[in-house]
Design a protein around this ligand. Structure first.
Ligand code: C2E
Ligand code: MG
Ligand code: MG
Length: 345
């Protein structure tokens, strides 16, 4: 919409609001149905926000995008909107370069058997070793990898790296443990994913037994039928499957029994609340019992205190993972610290 003439600053906001109310309040009739259509507005003002129609349009779109992402009904363009777009663009370029330059690394966090205290597995957690700033945690770049589709390549890299590390441990006579690799929803949905996993484990007969894939609960629930088929195919290759962040994704109980999985990972938030209230504790107890009743192994995530680990042991939780036992560690340190002792006869 072009407003050729704006008299005073305040006029514009008032005008936009009036138009919006009229539009949103207006019923549209199609046959017998009545529709009310929501809308969002991004606005740019000539000449401050651009000297040409093209630039005005681009800046209005930047404002619209921001309004859509946030709660605002309408937004006027401001300079820093494009600054954040520019920042996003450089991050994307930096991540592409990081992939080319081999700047991603996997850290390993041990999973501990609660009954025996032994290390029974490890989760591979990706970090970006940015030469400018040092290690960057995945929360800061995975969303961008997903937005740009780069997650397919980076996810493939993580899978291959974890398998390579596992085989290196086997080859060196270390007490190799199964490695869990996180899989992004976008990877799971990609039609080549199963073929890629097959190819990745195809390099060595021992690879499948050294691998577990962690898939977030919410993702499985989004498209249950497709997820079940994919998870079945993964397990048929001899790879284990874990449901990550369990409790955050509103699984229906009837699906839990049908999902082709081996392990259920209780989300950190539940472990956290466990020691605060009786309800928190009984929730964790219920999840553990439920999982056991459908023959799933249970791992508690984010265990930070002795009290939490004591309670989890009492509740018959199978494994724990968390800062109490160890932070995620670079592969060399993980190997030296946890895989060497039991390897010696
Ligand atoms: P996640 O798979 O649920 O991983 C657990 C996260 O909890 C990790 O964060 C880990 O460092 C952290 N953590 C472990 N123990 C504790 C604890 O005791 N206390 C607290 N406060 N935190 C603990 P991280 O490494 O930052 O990873 C965050 C998320 O990024 C992961 O959540 C996973 O969803 C994702 N991610 C990590 N690596 C990959 C990857 O290779 N591919 C994909 N697609 N996602 C990944
Ligand atoms: Mg995980
Ligand atoms: Mg998790």
């Amino acid at each position: 919409m072009v407003l050729p003439e704006v008299r005073r600053e305040g006029d514009l906001a008032k005008f936009v609001e009036k138009r919006m109310d009229a539009f949103v309040g207006h019923p549209f009739r199609v046959n017998d149905a009545v529709f009310r259509i929501p809308c969002k507005i991004g606005a740019a003002v000539y000449p401050e926000d651009g000297a040409s129609a093209e630039i005005l349009f681009m800046n209005a779109e930047a404002a619209l995008k921001k309004a859509k992402a946030g709660g605002e009904r309408y937004l006027f363009y401001t300079q820093n909107m494009n600054e954040s777009a520019a920042a996003a663009l450089t991050l994307e370029n930096q991540l592409r370069q990081a992939l080319d330059n081999g700047e991603f690394v996997l850290h390993y966090q041990p999973k501990v058997d609660l009954a025996t205290g032994r290390i029974v597995g490890a989760e591979a957690l990706i970090r970006w070793n940015d030469p400018r700033t040092g290690l960057v945690p995945p929360g800061r770049f995975i969303p961008m990898l997903e937005d740009t589709g780069l997650i397919q390549e980076v996810g493939r890299w993580a899978l291959h790296q974890a398998i390579a590390d596992y085989l290196r441990w086997c080859g060196a006579g270390l007490a190799a443990v199964r490695i869990a690799v996180n899989v992004s929803p976008l990877q799971l949905r990609h039609r080549d994913f199963l073929a890629e996993v097959g190819k990745a484990i195809g390099i060595d007969a021992r690879a499948a037994a050294g691998l577990e894939l962690e898939i977030t609960e919410s993702v499985i629930m989004e498209d249950v039928r497709h997820s079940i088929a994919s998870l079945e195919a993964i397990r048929a290759m001899g790879i284990r499957v874990a449901i990550d962040d369990f409790g955050t994704g509103f699984s229906s109980l009837s699906y839990l029994a049908r999902l082709p999985t081996d392990t259920l990972k209780i989300d950190r938030s539940f472990v956290n609340d466990m020691t605060d209230t009786p309800e928190g504790l009984s929730l964790v107890a219920t999840i553990i019992n439920l999982a056991h009743s459908v023959k799933l192994k249970v791992v508690a995530e984010g265990v930070e205190t002795d009290e939490q680990s004591r309670l989890l042991r009492l509740l018959n939780c199978d494994e724990m993972q968390g800062f109490l036992f160890s932070q995620p560690l670079p592969a060399e340190i993980f190997e030296a610290r946890y895989l060497t002792q039991s390897a010696s006869p």
